[in-house]
Design a protein around this ligand. Sequence first.
Ligand code: ADP
Ligand code: MG
Length: 619
Amino acid sequence: MLHLMVHSVYSDRDIFLRELVANGADACEKLRTLALQDGSLLSDDADLGVTLTCDPKGKTLTVSDNGVGMSHDDLVEALGTIARSGTRAFLEQLGEKTDGSRLIGQFGVGFYSAFMVAQRVDVLTRKAGSDEGWLWTSDGQGAYSIEPTDAAPRRGTKVVLHLAEGSEDYAEPYTVERIIREHGSAVPVPVDLVAPKAAEDGDAKDGEATETRRLADGAAIWTKPKSEITPEDYKSFYQAVATQFDDPALTIHYRAEGRHEYAVLAFVPSTPPMALFDPLRKGRMKLYVRRMFISDELEILPGYLRFVSGVVDSSDLPLNLSRETIQESPILTAIRKGVTNRILSELDKLSDKEPETFAAVWKAFGPVLKEGLYEDYERRDALFGIARFATSKHPEGGRSLKAYVAELRKNQTDIWYLVGDDAKRLEASPHLEGFKARGIEVLLLSDPVDAFWVQNALGFDGKPFKSVTQGAADISAVPLAEGETEADQKDVSAGVATLLAFVKQELAEDVSDVRASSRLAESAACLVAGEHGPDRGLERLLAAHGKLSEATKPVLELNPRHALVSRLAERLSEGGDKEIVQDAAHLLLDQARAAEGQPPADAAAFARRLTRLMQSAIG
Ligand code: ADP
Ligand code: MG
């Protein structure tokens, strides 16, 4: 059973060592806390730490600490649980909880990961302040034994792994050293390695002599001055804390002083972490209090910064508070605010100093950051500052609002946008034609979150956001771009007016109005939303999620300057056969729907009409 468990919960066998070192470090930290009340517990052995002893000949690896140690009852309680509770209870839980990390926390599977590499584990231990030493032994098959021993350390615990076949490598110093480098940089106590001295000048001193080397100094990396930390140190800590394999795109390391004191070491990854769009929007920051790990479940950053991983270490929060109490503490609120602002300002700086790195960050996390435009009212302007967009003039993206506003056209008072789910289709949208003719830039918003924030946003730099698919879109005050000819906006000929009325009647079931368009140049027709309804893009999104109580009818706009439209108007005024104008009305609607990525209103009727039209064209 244990066999099954240790092999299914852990896939990377190396991490058994991290678990055992973490336990040793925990034991030291516990003793340190107890010694605050009773200094005699430390006696003459106050340098707390973890020691790893490699014995390649004996095929053992020993993890010892001079921490708090365990009594007989502690051993039964702490290490007997799984073996004792038996397979049934364990299996039941395993069925419920497939999440391995949860399991580890609940069952103390951490220690049992030793059986991934050991065929037998001996735990020799003596509790601080006690005379009794104990030996716990198990082969990991479910049973264990405990007996008194004189071989226990003076204080603390010694875990001896008798390595299984195929795992002898873990008795080699270089293997152990590699694992500690990869996983051990956050250990809060020093870690030493004791290994046989390398036999020099052919002198085969039979394995007696050993040497001790320090692998980790126990100073939590975030407490060190920046000057003492190499980029490699940062990277390996990042990879351990974030469980990522890439390089951090941005490393933020600072100490806040003043009303609240805390250290922050946070990383923005360069590739998106797993489950980034999980609806739980779980964060990736850990809280420490004076170097003691408290929780990784607290909401330290807002949801839209959930891709940031790292550590916040507070000097002010009391230890031993429940998670709920900490979450509501004003100190955490202040920390949350400070760290959030700092991360946003660092992103802003990055966009300035390293535009390429920033572009990659925005590409990976822009859709997440934009959630903040919707939900973090306070920091909306800061977020607008770093947000980058694709626009009709820069379809490749990377356009800031600041740049947009700096190049407004004469008399342009709004920031125009177009929402949809397909960037390419937006670029080709007929709605943009009139804007292009006047040289007006339009933001092309194709992330799902765009439709939401843009509805609520008041504006940027005093310029309101306006949808090109909503309302009348009067842009006639903006002069035409060079080379474009003025179309007669105001005076729609009597013939066209009649056509508009005719089409409106014909399409009464599908559209609320039919009018002449000032936003079209080359296309004959497009659909827009009424002045007060949701934008066309948002409406489609809501409809797709079943969130639309009743669909509003769009407005069909026809381009009075288009040859087809004027020809249809003539045809209508000539009287006679109206059928062809009727067909055209429906086909224009279907064509406008197609431009938005929608199917024809009535596919069968569409096919009939198109066939009729083709037949008459071919003659
Ligand atoms: P966890 O560390 O998550 O509690 P583990 O399986 O790693 O789970 O350890 C189970 C328990 O065994 C610990 O909570 C601790 O009480 C005890 N323990 C393990 N290793 C040591 C150690 N080196 N010194 C003292 N106690 C230990
Ligand atoms: Mg543990």
